[in-house]
Design a protein around this ligand. Structure first.
Ligand code: NI
Length: 255
């Protein structure tokens, strides 16, 4: 059963040997896409994904790292994209007002630059959006012309999910959906059209049940798929088939 994990920081695992985590991916026929976070680790992701055929990457600067974005960042990204066919999107990029609200304007500026760059390169966007729902959609409405967008680690309401889907934005769900108290996310996972659903782990964070308290890893995406299958009263195979089909629609190279 082929599964695609659309957001894994496999390169950031600390307690699990990387080779073991990759072996676990291959055992379960899982492909993982790895984002970068800073203007510097775009180079690391570029190199890291050469470790195995099942790994792909995004390049982008995370909102909290907006200060690492320099004049050279976009040309560095362009070089990497042109020389590595396994870099298949721009991410993770977006807005995060949860940790720090002191540089909202800079976050917006860097987000917009990366949207325009994704449009120019004709690549999808992997979007981080935390407590910035209104601003994120407003900026996408205004600046995103032709890139398919994915809301990574979706944390909004069903109503916000519907607003996204209206715009053709995909909803990627991670391990939080397995938490008992994640009522809102379970509601989203149960009710959105299956054509817009994607799977991820955002490891090493947000470890799904039954491994909470331990380090997350990309192969645990199977627990996310199982939980969503339960919620939607369908089979694990159905969720994997549908989400893989959706992901391949966004990233034809994965076909
Ligand atoms: Ni992430």
């Amino acid at each position: 059963m082929k599964i695609i994990n659309t957001h894994s920081h496999l390169n950031m695992l600390k307690n699990t040997p990387i080779e073991e985590a990759i072996a676990n991916l291959k055992k379960n026929d899982i492909t993982a896409i790895i984002p970068s976070s800073t203007g510097e680790d775009i180079f690391e992701v570029d190199k890291f994904i050469q470790k195995d055929d099942c790994l792909y990457g995004y390049v982008g600067v995370f909102p909290e790292e907006a200060k690492t974005f320099t004049d050279k960042t976009l040309s560095n990204m362009e070089n990497i994209i042109c020389n590595n066919a396994k870099i298949i999107g721009i991410g993770e990029v977006g807005l995060d007002y949860y940790w720090d609200k002191t540089f909202k304007d800079l976050q917006k500026e860097i987000f917009i630059k990366q949207i325009e760059f994704a449009n120019q390169m004709n690549l999808p966007l992997n979007i981080h959006c935390r407590e910035a729902y209104g601003d994120t959609l407003e900026i996408l409405d205004k600046y995103n012309k032709n890139s398919t967008a994915i809301m990574h680690c979706f944390s909004g309401s069903l109503e916000f999910a519907k607003e996204c889907i209206k715009r053709g934005i995909y909803i990627s769900i991670g391990g939080v959906v397995t938490f008992k108290n994640a009522i809102k996310l379970k509601e989203v996972a149960s009710n959105i059209p299956i054509e817009y659903l994607l799977l991820e782990t955002d490891d090493p964070y947000l470890t799904p049940v039954p491994f909470r308290g331990k380090e997350n890893q990309p192969a645990y995406v199977t627990y996310v798929a199982s939980e969503i299958a339960n919620l939607r009263q369908t089979t694990f195979e159905d969720i994997c088939t549908q989400t893989t089909k959706n992901t391949k629609r966004i990233f034809p190279i994965l076909n």
